[in-house]
Ligand binder design. Structure first.
Ligand code: AMP
Ligand code: MG
Length: 354
């Protein structure tokens, strides 16, 4: 850390007031000097550093306790910068053009890395992950810094990703130089990751840009089996992040799948025996009898459940409960695929199906 204390500054969504500009300039200067700045994006908060500076990138791993072999995403202010950091073979150019037509977006693309990208960013892989965030605050910070910003989610490794500054400070106070507080994140789950380095474009992590959208745009998109299944010990993975325990709150999590009425009856029975926190859709909350009921969204508003899922998981840490039960969405379409993917990992694949 360059500073002795973490500075916290509010920034409005449009990043256009004089106070916003002053805060962003301070943050950009810190990035240029090798510091760590937490900034909001439309997905989750990121812990950012100069993406061309090995030492600054190393500080990200140290602040998070992140395994060294889990690479970082390079955040760019515009898709036109992609060729500065990636070698794009002729045969994948048409696919990349289609993907860049969506940008800025909650979408990360894996491409062959140019030598300018430090090994600390790629964790030694030949490929690099790049993304152009929708968030004006994020893009303005990158533009003012004048360098790509390497940023994983701004949580301690293994914990749920932060979607508001309060959650960032629980993990990063004293570990980052500055936090830009831009309010709640819109999507609440990390970016979709697609690789163009395999025989077919392959979805590695679902997010705000949906599988259906990508499949419609690119023609044929494969889905890594690790999106919805646990990995076998020692199995080779396309995305190292899939190997690790992720998104887990302090208490054990059990997921409830299938028939909603039967699931509610089961949870109510369990909650008689133990102090439980239950995560569910708004419409089901009144029927649940547990110590704490946290709810958001519904079958007709799956985006709202996604936007709150990490907040609800994290908020269970400050409740006096023994166990967390979380209802899975009724299917894996749209953004619900991302909710499924995150909840399965938060629960260590512990699912009760009705
Ligand atoms: P986070 O920024 O914490 O959401 O994590 C970034 C995710 O991107 C991790 O799951 C990484 O495994 C994945 N990722 C980053 N760079 C690469 C890469 N070069 N190849 C494959 N996956 C990557
Ligand atoms: Mg993360």
């Amino acid at each position: 850390m360059l500073l002795s204390k973490t500075l916290v500054r509010p920034v409005s969504r449009n990043a256009d007031t004089p106070d916003d500009r002053a805060a962003l300039q301070t943050a950009a200067d810190l990035i240029r000097r090798g510091g760590l700045v937490v900034f909001p994006t439309e997905t989750v908060y990121g812990l950012g550093a100069n993406g061309l500076d090995e030492n600054a990138a190393r500080a990200i791993y140290a602040a998070k306790g992140r395994p060294q072999n889990n690479p970082l995403i390079l955040h760019l202010s515009d898709a036109s910068e992609i060729p500065l950091y990636c070698d794009v073979p002729e045969k994948i150019k048409p696919l990349l053009e289609k993907l860049t037509s969506l940008m800025p977006a909650p979408l990360t693309v894996i491409l062959p890395a140019k030598p300018v990208v430090p090994k600390t960013i790629t964790a030694g892989l030949p490929n690099v992950a790049v993304r152009v965030p929708t968030s004006k605050i994020a893009r303005e910070l990158i533009r003012l810094a004048g360098v790509p910003i390497a940023a994983p989610s701004a949580n301690l490794s293994g914990k749920p990703s932060p979607t508001c500054a309060r959650h960032v400070l629980q993990d990063m106070d004293g570990r980052a130089d500055m936090v830009l507080d831009g309010g709640d994140c819109t999507y609440g789950v990390e970016s979709t990751i697609i690789t163009l380095c395999e025989e077919f474009p392959t979805l590695l992590r679902p997010g705000g840009v949906t599988f259906e959208q990508l499949d419609g745009l690119l023609g044929e998109v494969h889905m890594s089996h690790a999106v919805l299944e646990s990995l076998k010990p020692g199995e080779a993975v396309l995305s190292p992040g899939m190997m690790y325990k992720h998104y887990a709150p302090a208490r054990p999590v059990e997921l409830i799948k299938g028939d909603r009425a039967k699931g509610i009856a089961y949870v109510n029975e369990c909650a008689k025996e133990q102090a439980a926190a239950v995560l569910c859709y708004d419409a089901d909350a009144p029927q649940i009898k547990a110590k704490a009921v946290l709810h958001a969204g519904g079958d007709d508003n799956t985006g709202a459940y996604a936007a709150r899922i990490f907040t609800m998981l994290r908020d269970t840490d400050s409740l006096d409960v023994d166990k967390v039960y979380a209802f899975l969405p009724k299917d894996t379409s749209g953004i619900s695929l991302a909710v499924y993917n995150r909840l399965l990992r938060a629960a260590g694949f512990h699912v009760k199906e009705f």
